[in-house]
Design a binder for this molecule. Structure first.
Ligand code: F6R
Length: 675
């Protein structure tokens, strides 16, 4: 979502802000702007629609300088992504500017009130209201001061006082940065909802909407809490609440290596992050499980073992990819801990007037920890008396601060908008939680605990072999011929696919196999992804990855549901990705696999083009379908962590072939801080 970077300090302000905004590009945006002040030219503003390079071109043509400033990348909510609607926004005088993340819900009512008081608006945005509101507060304070002082010299009230009063009128969500040409070397920031952080450097201070925007300058970060207002000057940062009470700055040292947030030679962040999954899973597991006994240790839980034993249900609320992780988590928790799990879209949860019992446990899954819908679901759970637990990738984020405990996914910063390593780290954390619950609730034998812990410990090296090793034992095979095209089909507008090569493909890396599939299928208009049981959420995730980065319409379906309607979609133009993995030692997994094979045959009988994801050693499937990608063996509940990887890579290579912006897909944002 939108990005904010503010700076006050000795360095040239414009490059610091532009570089910071660039590091926040992953949040997604469609216009950008910057305001600087403190030079003889006064307050200077530059804005441009589109990418940051457009803003840089404007600045190159009309350079600006100053000693303090704020910049913004905007993801449009109110008003189109034009230069005019880009932030920063000005008051009537043009001497005060505001950048804003979030949504002002009562902006129309405020606009009317301010218009009646003589303010003129030049944009369609809700943010412009804030600039005028602060201007109005300054004016009224000034008049009050003049009248109480007997109308001698006009005295300007402090900017922060006006901001403090202005935010009291706002409903909705905001993280704002404000500067005024009349108050040299001062930035004011306030937060209620969307994330904002302050960076404390050596004689320099930063404001940003997310840590990567300033991490290359300082690791000392204060996470601005809801209801906090900060004033940044060259002398330091002062913090207070919205009623003016001073607060203590609580800086945390961020351990992330800034290098982790760079591309490290990969063409895209997404590809880098796919390849970082072995490390992400290892780091999420290490220190939480004994590989000698299988015992799971979850620290930092303010939820007792008794609470876990007494729990009658777990309610999972999450969005998007995190919701898919939640669906997979349901299978893990129900199977291992025999505890019922409900999985809700966070955006739906609080609007269906849920009836949780105080014995229920709320589980929020979120990569960013700042998703507005998930925050709202958490608030609903808390208000109904549930304790909440978070699975989150960002230490100190809003959801973790409100939760009674957090299992941090140590995936490191995820920059690509399409979530990959955060997803597999979430699956890992869910598996640990399921195992822990099973141990506490006594629903698993010590032998099974140890066996599953050992298998979990083997995952990172299995992933490494999939991702890195061209001579690994997994591979691709190409099987049945493409169905003969009927004359009706050939004359239709749907593209005819090249027929498959009837041979065993040479040993290829997983990446090469996925590139091969991308070559064959990148022109498809639709894709279907099928899976059963715990593999169904992975089918949903495969479809989401493909649609969000390649813009191909894709749907995920439970394989057994096909005959109840979606079979009608199948023809020779439809690639169908079937997850048909199995754990041969698990009868329930084998049974599901056999049912999936029947579903695959239903698809091939109707000329569907099947790409199967199967387990190493399964040669049976290769004779049924056109393409098979094999993944290493693992227990049923851990297979999703392996099987999603080829789906991520196929989506990635198709998107690259289609010339899409892989890391910043259109219309999407990394952290969705509006409802
Ligand atoms: C898709 C994706 C999104 C997020 C969703 C929730 O690749 O990343 O669907 O999963 O917006 O975000 P978090 O996990 O930050 O709450």
């Amino acid at each position: 979502m939108c990005g904010i970077v503010g700076y006050i300090g000795p360095k040239p302000v414009v490059p610091v802000i532009i570089e910071g905004l660039r590091r926040l590009e992953y949040r997604g945006y469609d216009s950008a702007g910057i305001a600087v002040a403190g030079s003889p030219d006064g307050l200077q503003l530059r804005r441009a629609p589109g990418k940051l390079r457009n803003l840089e071109a404007v600045i190159a043509e009309h350079p600006i300088h100053g000693t303090f400033g704020i910049g913004h990348t905007r993801w449009a909510t109110h008003g189109r992504p034009t230069e005019e609607n880009a932030h920063p926004h000005r008051d009537c005088t043009g001497s005060l500017v505001v950048v804003h993340n979030g949504i002002v819900e009562n902006y129309l009512a405020l606009k009317q009130q301010l218009t009646a008081k003589g303010h003129t608006f030049v944009t369609e945005t809700d943010t412009e209201i804030i600039a005028h509101l602060i201007e109005q507060e300054l004016k009224e304070m000034e008049e009050l001061l003049a009248s109480t002082r007997g109308n001698s010299e006009p005295t300007r009230p402090a900017l922060e006082e006006a901001v403090r009063e202005a935010v009291k009128h706002l409903t909705g969500a905001f993280a704002i940065g404000v500067l005024s040409a009349h108050e040299p070397n001062k930035l004011v920031a306030a937060r209620s909802g969307p994330p904002a952080v302050l960076g404390i450097g050596d004689g320099e201070y930063f404001l940003a909407s997310d840590v990567p925007g300033i991490l290359h300058h300082t690791r000392n970060i204060h996470f601005l809490a809801d209801g906090e207002l900060a004033v940044l000057t060259p002398e330091g940062v002062s913090l207070s609440d919205f009623s003016g009470r001073p607060l203590e700055l609580k800086t945390q040292r961020i351990a992330w290596d800034p290098i982790q947030a760079e591309k490290a030679g990969y063409k895209h962040f997404m590809l880098k992050e796919i390849n970082e999954q072995p490390r992400a899973i290892r780091d999420t597991t290490l220190g939480r499980i004994s590989f000698d006994t299988g015992q799971v240790f979850l620290d930092n839980l303010d939820i007792s073992a008794d609470d876990l034993r007494r729990a009658t249900q777990i309610t999972i609320a999450a969005c998007g990819t995190s919701w898919h992780a939640g669906l997979a988590g349901k299978f893990m928790i129900e199977r291992l801990a025999r505890l019922p799990v409900d999985v809700d879209y966070a955006s739906e949860y609080r609007y269906r007037d849920p009836i949780p019992s105080p014995l229920d446990l709320g589980l929020l899954i979120t990569q960013s920890g700042e998703t507005a819908d998930t925050l709202a679901a958490q608030a609903e759970l808390i208000s109904k008396g549930s304790k909440t637990l978070a699975i989150c990738n960002v230490v100190g984020s809003a959801i973790t601060r409100r939760a009674n405990g957090t299992i941090t996914t140590n995936a490191g910063p995820e920059i690509g908008v399409a979530s990959t390593k955060a997803f597999t780290a979430q699956l890992t954390a869910l598996f640990l939680l399921a195992l822990h619950l099973a141990q506490v609730r006594n629903t698993i034998t010590p032998e099974d605990s140890l066996r599953l812990a050992t298998e979990l410990g083997r995952l990172p090296s299995k992933l490494e072999s999939m991702l890195l090793d061209p001579s690994n034992t997994i591979g691709m095979s190409e099987g049945v011929a493409a169905p003969t095209l009927t004359s009706a089909a050939t004359s239709s507008s749907t593209p005819a696919w090249p027929g498959p090569e009837r041979r065993r493909a040479p040993r290829l890396t997983l990446d090469e196999q996925c590139q091969h599939l991308a070559r064959l299928f990148h022109a498809a208009s639709n894709f279907l992804f099928l899976g059963r049981g715990i593999h169904y959420p992975i089918a949903l995730e495969g479809a989401l990855k493909l649609k969000e980065i390649s813009y191909i319409h894709a749907e995920g379906y439970p394989a057994g549901e096909m005959k109840h309607g979606p079979n009608a979609l199948i023809d020779e133009s439809l690639p169908v990705v079937c997850i048909a993995t199995k754990d041969p030692d698990d009868p329930a997994s084998v049974l599901k696999y056999e049912k999936t094979l029947s579903n695959i045959q239903e698809v091939t009988a109707r000329a569907g083009r099947v790409i199967a994801i199967a387990t190493e050693g399964d040669d049976q499937i290769a004779s049924l379908v056109e393409h098979t990608i094999h993944i290493p063996k693992a227990p049923e509940l851990l297979l999703p962590i392996l099987e999603v990887v080829p789906l991520q890579l196929v989506a990635y290579h198709i998107a690259v072939r289609r010339g899409c912006d892989v890391d910043q897909p259109r219309n999407l944002a990394k952290s969705v801080t509006v409802e």
